[in-house]
Design a protein around this ligand. Structure first.
Ligand code: PGA
Ligand code: ZN
Length: 419
């Protein structure tokens, strides 16, 4: 039995230059697990609490020294001596120790960093690649071990790129019939072609938070038109070889009870916004649509499913926030056909797995996602394969913290061939 001997943590910087927590779990046999947490920019209203110091003299109040202290002085001492493969027990201890609904006492960042570090150490003890170790925790009947289809965010907008366009993410999704290696090449070719088009038009090729370009465009339509052009230039067929997706992050385009998009001269009611999405879908084959509607308007979510659900996956990110209660509401209201899973929205590995299981049993598409503020931790790549997720969303096929995950999937693909 390999027992937890020590847990320590430190403050590191994430891809946005702000602090994140990194935790190391040391076992009595000398093995270790190290994990760090990401951080969102467009944070949902129902997410577990990322604990920040609020000390304005450091990192604009975003320091995580309290979370570090919680790991070292509150969580760690309660885990010493426990068998590291008891993930459920360990996560439950942390949930109970926190005692709040949203992990605001200890911090979801503190708790998740320990939870993931424990899983990584336990995988080493079990002499299994992490994705195979994590698979022990799911019901596997009729589920294939495969690399999920990647959705690449090649054009960044909204809060991720200085408000250049309204929608937050413009995604390209190679057909799932392509191998993972082919998908990476397709994503790279599209990314390079888009860069050239932007350059030729005198537009900026600087990138946003998730590695996609962030040019100042006329409107959202122009973003989709430019991406379509880049797809055409590499001789792929939109709607056959490759598809488009959007994360509207609608909470951020909703003010005073209406939606605001540059494409329209006047602000829009939900039904008018849905008509706009339908227009975009008929022109650009939008198979993936995340957070199209604000998180408080369930009726319009149900409506968009009726109008577009047979062609487009309607996905809840901020709507559900990887939260089992919000998921149940979404299922009751038939509001989504897909769910974004971000482990840091809920705060432990076991709870994230439980949300995946419920969503899958309800027939939802499962999308495992990074955050805009990332570290080089590649846990979510293993997690996505372990969960037999349908899609992964790790940003552009560029920038270190994004490709860390894509590269880990390449490695897993090879490991799968040798199983
Ligand atoms: P966030 O963005 O990490 O800033 O929340 C990602 C997303 O909305 O999918
Ligand atoms: Zn989102």
């Amino acid at each position: 039995m390999s027992k937890i001997k020590q847990v320590f943590a430190r403050e590191i910087l994430n891809s946005k230059g702000f602090p994140s927590i990194e935790t190391t779990v040391v076992l009595n046999d000398g093995k270790t697990g190290v994990a760090s947490c990401p951080s969102g920019t467009s944070v949902g209203n129902y997410e577990a609490c990322e604990l920040h110091d609020n000390d304005k003299s450091r990192f604009e109040g975003k320091g995580v020294l309290k979370a570090v202290d919680n790991v070292q002085n509150l969580i760690g001492p309660n885990l010493v001596g426990i068998d590291v493969i008891k993930q459920q027990v360990i996560d439950k201890i942390m949930i109970d120790l926190d005692g709040t609904q949203n992990k605001s006492r200890l911090g979801a960042n503190a708790i998740l960093s320990v939870s993931i570090a424990v899983a990584k150490a336990a995988a080493k003890v079990s002499v299994l690649p992490l994705f195979l170790y994590l698979r022990e925790y799911i019901k596997k009947e009729n589920l294939n071990l495969k690399i999920p289809t990647p959705a690449f965010n090649i054009l960044n907008g909204g809060q991720h790129a200085g408000l250049n366009v309204d929608f937050q993410e413009f995604l390209v999704i190679p057909a799932s019939s392509f191998s993972y290696d082919e998908s990476l090449m397709i994503a790279n070719s599209t990314y390079v072609a888009l860069k050239k088009i932007l350059k030729d038009r005198g537009l900026s090729t600087l990138v946003g938070d998730e590695g996609g370009f962030g040019p100042a465009l006329e409107n959202n339509n122009e973003g989709l038109a430019l991406i379509s052009k880049s797809i055409e230039q590499i001789n792929l067929r939109l709607g056959f070889d490759i598809f488009l997706g959007l994360d509207a992050a609608a909470n951020n385009i909703y003010t005073d009870g209406k939606y605001h998009v540059k494409d329209k001269n006047t602000s829009l009611q939900a039904m008018e916004l849905i008509a706009f999405y339908q227009e975009l879908n008929s022109n650009y084959k939008i198979i993936y649509l995340e957070d199209p509607i604000v998180d408080s308007d369930w009726d319009s979510w149900s409506e968009i499913i009726l109008k577009m659900g047979n062609q487009t996956i309607i996905i809840g990110d901020d709507l559900i926030a990887t939260n089992p209660y919000r998921l149940q509401m979404a299922l009751d209201k038939k509001a989504v056909t897909g769910i974004i899973i971000k482990p840091n929205q809920i705060g432990t590995v076991i709870e994230a797995i439980a949300v995946v299981e419920v969503a899958r049993a309800a027939g939802l598409k499962i999308i495992i996602s990074h955050r805009s503020g990332e570290t080089n931790d590649d846990f979510i790549a293993d997690f996505a394969v372990a969960m037999s997720a349908d899609y992964v969303k790790f940003g552009a096929p560029a920038r270190g913290e994004r490709v860390a995950k894509y590269n880990r999937l390449s490695q897993i693909e090879k490991q799968l061939k040798n199983l």
